[in-house]
Write a protein that binds this ligand. Structure first.
Ligand SMILES: [Zn+2]
Length: 98
């Protein structure tokens, strides 16, 4: 039996919480390496960010993940997260496509 405890997942960028599937998990492993956790089950300190470009960019810009995890993610992490973005068809405003 497991207690009905549902961990609250809050996006580090927009602070929206909920267990909807749109959140990507990032974990800091025992070596202090920050990486994307596609399974959502990796051990370590975890943080979440919405699977959309704006939140990923915001998290990168504001170093939200690094602060949350107390470790510095590499730039490649954000590239990886972007590759897992949910289609941005609903995005009303696109900033730039650098
Ligand atoms: Zn978000």
């Amino acid at each position: 039996m497991r207690p009905k405890h549902v961990p609250i997942r809050t996006c580090v960028a927009c602070r929206t919480s909920g267990d909807k599937r749109g959140l990507l998990r990032v974990v800091r492993d025992s070596e202090g390496i920050v990486h994307f956790d596609p399974t959502g089950k990796a051990n370590g300190r975890g943080a979440y960010v919405c699977a959309n470009e704006s939140c990923i960019s915001l998290a990168e810009k504001k170093h939200s993940l690094g602060r949350s995890l107390k470790a510095t993610p590499e730039a490649s992490l954000f590239e990886e997260l972007r590759s897992h973005c949910i289609g941005s068809a609903v995005t009303s405003r696109t900033e730039s496509e650098a």
